[in-house]
Design a protein around this ligand. Structure first.
Ligand code: GTP
Ligand code: SPV
Ligand code: MN
Length: 596
């Protein structure tokens, strides 16, 4: 392959260090896939599932200590520490190469080294980018084949270019003590060792398409976001595109595949992407989004024919399940699939399931499936120019504080709303679940540079977009005193999207509040929903005390980003305090407003 000289040189160089038994260049073909699957069935990396009911589906059980992203072992290795910023772990590049380079020495002995060229983004799109992942995990290869445009197609796009993101991955010894996920954004390089888990090991996804791409996007003037993309079709057939950023396991896949209830069946959601968006300013001056991925790596628990019929229809064939339970008939099973678990389940570890010891499927068990299998996939999901975005929706998992929906007053205020976000942690990352943390734009684990510079970049984008999208915030997860969700969520979220659509069109009734425009309860279409009395008011209530506490917590977070924090964010933060203080005379408003 003389036309890929730079790539070949890098492959040789890696092989000299990692010393694999064999090198295989992946072409992405069906035959290659079958050979890999057969090998993994033989060595137990994959387990076959019921092939009548789930043709082409397999189960992978990961190492029990390797089930989620490990943010404390994820580093940004920029030459200057301040460029990574206070919200990222940082390692000095030379030290990183020495420390982690040792772990790669001989790490592929006895294994095959796979060279996986991949394309992020639609074939023929000016916004698509090539990456190459070198890995010793066949599980990674078969996942990359579903998640990206992999093999021949990517090499064709690469041609003689030296410009591709290099990703080196080895399972190493799978020990968390020898696990590192390193990013060298200045060199467009990723090193990952010691984990086979999705976000740590499928390097096209979070490592390339968010951490490295966010860095490139700032240099080149575009956005790489942890964001779904949908087209919302109204009863007249008009489709309006929206992007929504929620933290991990906070509902992107489900919103991206929403099925409206019968009373609102004139509305239809088309899926363009479920996790990542690259957004450029198009020749028409509008913000245009592409989904860089070609598949979905989605949360399994909670998925059922009621909550997400589209994904249920998609994952009944040619799907890889990771860390789910299995029924005696060889069918995958998970909590939430149906109300009662069948007898004789084997749990995600491969043992007979004992319910008191925990769930049968791991809470972060995942499916990997090609996007084209999704019944709601948008006819424009591979549009090379991307789809024009009319609304950006931020959201989080908040038992209290954040109302069901509100709209920002302007792009600048919207950027502040995103910057001030917080959400309760989930099983998608290792560590405690349910802890509220600041997670601006759902990017705290994924922004490859200083968060304050990231806010500045968002502000700058707004100035350059001819018609900037309207910005909203949603929360499906508010609870009552008994910790029950106040909002039914899932398909019923169309009611919120409908109001957002109306607002984008200059319709839709709203009241001004300190935090933004909120719909009046009448403005939301709650027809046939049967919410209990008072629930709608509670869902839309702004508790000024709780918001003053929130304001103070935002302030502490912004202080960490000083002195790089853009003055506009400080100003919006101060104005929020003024508006909150006017709302009522709060008893505990002891903090003086910030002066911009
Ligand atoms: P990542 O793939 O980790 O980035 O997650 P995601 O944002 O795509 O989250 P996903 O849609 O997979 O949802 C995560 C969990 O939240 C699942 O268990 C869902 O069943 C649940 N969930 C999603 N939407 C809703 C909702 O509207 N209401 C409630 N109560 N739960 C939801
Ligand atoms: C997330 O954690 O946000 C995911 C899954 O989408 S992973 O690709 O593992 O990061
Ligand atoms: Mn995600």
């Amino acid at each position: 392959m003389p036309q890929h000289r730079a790539l070949e040189q890098w492959v040789d160089q890696v092989a000299r260090v990692t010393r694999p038994d064999r090198i295989h260049w992946c072409d992405g073909s069906e035959e290659e896939h079958q050979v890999l699957v057969d090998g993994m069935l033989r060595d137990g990396t994959l387990v076959g599932l019921n092939h009548q009911r789930y043709p082409g589906c397999y189960l992978h059980r990961s190492h029990p200590s390797d089930v989620a992203r490990t943010e404390h072992l994820t580093f940004i290795c920029t030459s200057r520490k301040e460029d990574a910023g206070p919200t990222n772990n940082w390692m000095e590049p030379t030290e990183a190469r020495a420390r982690v380079g040792k772990l790669f020495e001989g790490s592929m002995k006895g294994r095959t080294m796979f060279v996986v060229p991949y394309l992020m983004g639609p074939v023929g799109s000016p916004y698509s980018r090539v990456g190459v992942e070198i890995t010793d995990s066949p599980y990674v290869v078969v996942n990359m084949r579903l998640m990206t445009r992999m093999g021949k197609i990517a090499l064709e796009r690469l041609g003689g270019s030296e410009s591709f993101v290099r990703g080196l991955h080895s399972l190493g010894d799978l020990s968390p003590d020898h696990r590192f996920i390193l990013h060298f954004p200045e060199e467009r390089l990723i090193w990952s060792i010691g984990s086979g888990y999705g976000g740590n090991a499928l390097l096209g996804k979070k490592c390339h398409s968010l951490r490295i791409a966010s860095w490139i996007g700032r240099e080149e003037g575009w956005l790489a976001e942890h964001t779904l993309i949908i087209g919302v079709e109204d009863p007249s057939g008009q489709v309006t595109y929206m992007a929504a950023a929620f933290p991990s396991a906070c509902g992107k896949t489900n919103l991206a595949m929403l099925v409206a209830p019968q009373v609102l069946s004139g509305y239809k959601v088309w899926t363009v992407g479920d996790d990542i968006a690259w957004m450029h300013i198009g020749p028409d001056g509008r913000l245009r989004a592409i989904n860089p991925e070609a598949g979905f790596f989605g949360v399994v628990p909670g998925t059922s024919v009621k909550t997400n019929p589209n994904i249920m229809a998609a994952v009944d064939r040619d799907t890889i399940f990771t860390n789910v339970a299995v029924t005696p008939d060889g069918e995958p099973w998970w909590e939430g699939k149906e109300p009662t678990p069948p007898d004789g389940l084997v749990d995600w570890r491969g043992n007979p399931w004992i319910s008191v010891e925990g769930p049968a499927a791991h809470p972060n068990s995942r499916f990997t499936v090609a996007a084209r299998q999704c019944p709601s996939i948008s006819p424009r999901w591979e549009d090379p120019e991307g789809v024009p975005i009319s609304a950006i929706i931020f959201g989080g998992r908040r038992a209290r504080v954040a109302p069901l929906v509100y709209q920002s007053y302007s792009w600048q205020h919207g950027v502040f709303v995103g910057a001030g976000m917080a959400s309760e942690t989930t099983a998608a990352q290792s560590g405690a679940v349910g802890v509220t943390r600041r997670d601006p734009m759902a990017m705290i684990p994924f922004c490859g540079y200083h968060m304050a510079d990231y806010f500045a970049h968002w502000l700058d984008m707004g100035r350059r977009i001819a018609h900037p999208p309207a910005i909203f915030h949603v929360n499906w997860f508010r609870t009552d005193q008994n910790d029950r969700f106040l909002w039914p969520g899932f398909g019923e979220n169309i009611r919120v999207l409908k109001w957002i659509l109306e607002r984008v069109r200059g319709q839709g009734i709203a009241v001004e509040t300190p935090i933004g425009f909120i719909p009046t309860p009448d403005a939301l279409d709650l027809d046939g929903l049967g919410l209990p009395d008072g629930a709608a008011d509670e869902l839309l209530r702004i508790d000024s005390d709780a918001w003053l506490t929130e304001h103070a917590e935002q302030g502490r977070f912004f202080d960490r980003l000083a002195p790089r924090l853009p003055v506009q964010i400080r100003q919006e933060h101060a104005v929020l305090h003024q508006r909150l203080s006017r709302l009522s005379v709060p008893v505990n408003a002891t903090e003086p407003p910030h002066t911009p």
